[in-house]
Design a protein around this ligand. Structure first.
Ligand code: YNC
Ligand code: MG
Length: 385
């Protein structure tokens, strides 16, 4: 029944048998096809050049109009152009991995998939993998088996670079067996707007006045010594974060260059703070979140919902709950409407106290060509965009 996924080196939900644990499902020595996979005759492959603003614009429009929506079709991700550059051009990026499909005659971009290289620790083993993201097929081309061709083609291109494992997430249920099943939690920052766009609801016991009071936050962060991350913090933060993440069964391993890329603050993209009690002392803690607006589909007043997503953090001195509270304050003061966090890492232990509410729907983590037993959510230390 699953014609595509049934042919791939992955674990299926329907099959309980695990092959050798914590190892590849097929070996690296497979023959790699030299020619691109065949698209139907009216389409052509097109490597996007994300150094060109016009091509970023095309990708931005494809995703804005056709990328992930919630189940009720009220909101659709509206990743900004600058965010896409940040997410798709980390250290080691390759333009072959920005894989587009165009209509031959009009050159219109109608489908896309991407990969970025990443070093991933899984149950103590370090593997060079890619992270797959932004799989998108134009609405008019759905259910025509374009997605399997995109996945096969990105796999071929990744294999040609000597990489044979991938990690990806999906909100939609797939036939693939997830390695972890996580959930988003939401913390209201702007309850009035969230109610207006029907992201949240009032109840008999919860009036707008009560909601405003419940979710009110101070204007300034509380932790002494909290300041914005700067480039020169990269080494200390890289060491601190890698050490912190090593406690989780699934986590990335960062280089100093990765940290500079992923954590240097950019308005509207990525917000990062460190705690350095005094300038002569070392950095003790770090927290970060990124920005993905969503389009509010067909709303008379509000066009976008501004959402902050908890990214990486580590603590050695500050209580995690206090650090995340400061992140909420900073997100609010940067005009975000809602703050999202998964129940991964240490998050679950503080979400309720910080007035997060559990979302509906899961975010599942998957491997490609890696056999591994399930990982508990609080053992996941990997965040994808
Ligand atoms: C999905 N999201 O099961 P079977 S997340 C993976 N991820 O195959 P068709 C998916 N597979 O069951 P459509 C998938 N959605 O018959 C569907 N599938 O074996 C499978 N939505 O293909 C599905 N973006 O072309 C089925 O489906 C086959 O036209 C059906 O296209 C799907 O980025 C899609 O949600 C998702 O744009 C492109 O619905 C389309 O519906 C769409 O007939 C809105 O496909 C946007 C959206 C997904 C966001 C993401 C992660 C993607 C991971 C892909 C897998 C990577 C594997 C690793 C490769 C590298 C390996 C190395 C080394
Ligand atoms: Mg299709």
């Amino acid at each position: 029944i699953h014609k595509f996924w049934g042919s791939q080196p992955i674990l299926l939900n329907s099959n309980n048998e695990l092959s050798e644990l914590n190892s590849p499902i097929i070996q690296d020595s497979i023959a790699i096809r030299e020619q691109p996979f065949t698209l139907s005759s009216s389409f052509e492959w097109s490597e996007l050049d994300l150094t060109l603003d016009c091509e970023i614009q095309e990708l931005y429009e494809l995703l804005c109009e056709n990328y992930v929506e919630d189940d009720d079709h009220m909101f659709r991700f509206a990743y900004s152009k600058q965010f896409l550059i940040w997410a798709l051009k980390p250290p080691g990026w390759l333009s072959e991995f920005h894989c587009g499909v165009r209509v031959k005659t009009s050159h219109k971009l109608v489908a896309f998939i991407s990969a970025v290289p990443a070093q991933i620790f899984v149950k103590g083993k370090l593997k060079q993998m890619v992270e797959i993201n932004f799989l998108c097929v134009h609405e008019k081309l759905r259910n025509k088996r374009v997605a399997p061709v995109l996945i096969r083609e990105i796999t071929r291109r990744v294999n040609l670079k000597g990489i044979f494992q991938a990690v990806f997430t999906s909100g939609a249920k797939l036939p693939n067996r997830p390695v972890a099943v996580c959930r988003y939690w939401h913390r209201s920052l702007n309850p009035k707007k969230l109610i207006e766009v029907e992201f949240s609801y009032l109840t008999r016991n919860m009036t707008l006045q009560r909601a405003l009071k419940l979710y009110k936050l101070p204007e300034k962060p509380i932790t002494p010594g909290l300041r914005k991350f700067k480039l020169s913090d990269s080494k200390a933060v890289c060491d601190g974060l890698n050490l912190y993440l090593s406690r989780f069964e699934l986590c990335p391993k960062f280089t100093e260059t990765d940290i500079s890329h992923w954590l240097t603050p950019h308005e509207g993209i990525i917000y990062s703070w460190v705690v350095q009690p005094t300038p002569s002392e070392p950095i003790t803690d770090m927290i970060s979140f990124y920005s993905i607006p969503s389009s509010v589909i067909r709303h008379p007043k509000h066009k976008h919902l501004y959402t902050a997503y908890l990214f990486y953090y580590f603590t050695t001195r500050t209580l995690f709950q206090d650090l995340l509270y400061d992140a909420l304050i900073l997100a609010k003061s940067n005009n975000f409407d809602v703050f999202n966090a998964l129940d991964i890492m240490e998050n679950k232990s503080v979400l309720e106290d910080l007035k997060f509410g559990m979302g509906d729907g899961n975010l599942q983590y998957f491997f490609y060509n890696w056999c591994c037993e399930n990982i508990a959510t609080d053992n996941v230390g990997l965040v994808l965009q």
